[in-house]
Design a protein around this ligand. Structure first.
Ligand SMILES: Cc1ncc(COP(=O)(O)O)c(C=O)c1O
Length: 383
């Protein structure tokens, strides 16, 4: 699993940056809990808002794992999104996938649109979206693949080619896939964004975000945003995330194997209205997923076709899937979008985009998959 350099993904995950540890012989770098640095130090650090050894170790590792030259780390995925959008000016146009993460939508609608940034939303699974790029020539094209929670798969190479033709910058939110499963920069995107809170860290114990790129100009813009907007993570969260990312390949292999098995069980045995999983042949964009993803990751979205009451009763009686927001940790979780992440969206609007009352999103962890399946069987039997 090379990401473009000679060493494999796993070797880079574990060893990147080790030349950087100071002269103590510590195998694991310490947490640099310092707000400030003495002037003239060899690392060029001055103040943690604009850089810290823990950020640099994580930057280098994430850049390498995404197959890119640079990464800048932030306090959260939303901070990373803010950093990119803060580079826009009044009148600039963004074309975005209509199923983008809710907080991305909220940030555009309730913050940046106030400052004159314009955003048009399209369904990027349709060829018409590529025509919109050609005609509208946006400054940014903002996509996610897979999307949350419907797991639409967007053809990153096709979007990047269309954007290159008119000089637009393509941002791919790679959070649901992870660097192990998908590398947008290698598919032609200009920026790959991660909420490292999810699969990158993988242990649900730290928030973080990152923007990865091959462009020096974008790297400089991201470092500026980190410092000027105060979007930096804490050194301890950066340390935890570096610890987490070292095991990303084996976690993602298991998430993907469990995810596929869990999705097949639901489709074949439970036969709900539909099951969405990128590597199920029934997925509408299965061929694209096979081409651009190395595994299906761990999210499975299901429309059980049940009433709201029955769906909630089912979710509440699961033993190994606590109802919680977030995803991508080693432990399984489930989310009922209609009453949780999308509760503030009017029912009609939700249903128009496919977020029905009976939709459940599972974040399939790395537990013994037969236990997870049995859990679903017995929760359904109780209805
Ligand atoms: C696709 C996607 N992007 C970005 C974010 C935001 O990340 P964070 O919660 O770390 O701010 C999330 C969080 O759920 C997400 O699912």
């Amino acid at each position: 699993m090379s990401g473009g350099s000679e060493e494999g993904f796993e070797t880079r995950a574990i060893h990147t940056g080790h030349d950087y540890v100071d002269g103590t012989g510590a195998v694991i770098p310490p947490v640099y809990l310092t707000s400030t640095f003495e002037y003239g130090n060899a690392g060029g650090f001055d103040y943690t808002r604009s850089g810290n050894p823990n950020f640099r170790l994580l930057d280098r590792t994430l850049a390498s794992l995404e197959g890119g030259k640079f990464a800048t780390v932030f306090a959260s995925g939303v901070s990373a999104i803010t950093a990119i959008v803060s580079t826009l000016k009044s009148g600039d146009l963004v074309i975005a996938e209509e199923n983008v993460y809710g907080c991305t939508f909220r940030l555009f609608a309730q913050v940046f649109e106030k400052f004159g940034v314009r955003v048009n939303y399209y369904d990027f699974t349709q060829p018409a979206a590529l025509e919109r790029i050609a005609e509208e020539k946006p400054v940014l094209v903002w996509i996610e693949s897979p999307t949350n929670p419907l797991l639409k798969i967007i053809d990153i190479s096709a979007v990047s080619q269309a954007a290159d033709a008119v000089g637009s910058t393509v941002v791919v939110d790679n959070t649901f896939a992870s660097s192990y499963v998908q590398r947008p920069l290698e598919l032609g995107a200009h920026l790959s964004l991660l909420s490292t809170t999810k699969y990158t860290n993988g242990h649900s114990d730290a928030l973080g975000g990152a923007v990865c790129t091959n462009s020096e100009e974008w790297r400089d813009k991201m470092i500026f945003a980190q410092k000027a907007l105060g979007l930096q993570p804490s050194p301890f969260d950066a340390w935890l995330t570096l610890r987490g990312v070292k095991t990303q390949s084996i976690r993602m292999e298991r998430h993907s194997a469990n995810g596929l098995r869990f999705a097949e069980f639901l489709e074949q045995e439970v036969k709900p209205k539909y099951v969405r999983y990128p590597l199920l042949p029934s997925h509408p964009q299965y061929e694209i997923a096979k081409r651009q993803m190395n595994g299906g990751s761990g999210i499975v979205t299901v429309d059980f076709g049940l009433s709201l009451e029955k769906t909630l009763q089912f979710v509440e009686s699961l033993q190994y899937f606590p109802k919680a927001e977030s995803l991508g940790g080693i432990e399984s979780l489930c989310c009922h979008p209609a009453s949780m992440t999308h509760a503030s969206v009017p029912k009609e609007t939700r249903e128009k985009v496919g977020i029905s009352d009976s939709l459940v999103r599972f974040s399939v962890g790395i537990e013994t998959v037969e236990d997870l399946i049995e859990d679903v069987r017995s929760a359904l039997a109780k209805l």
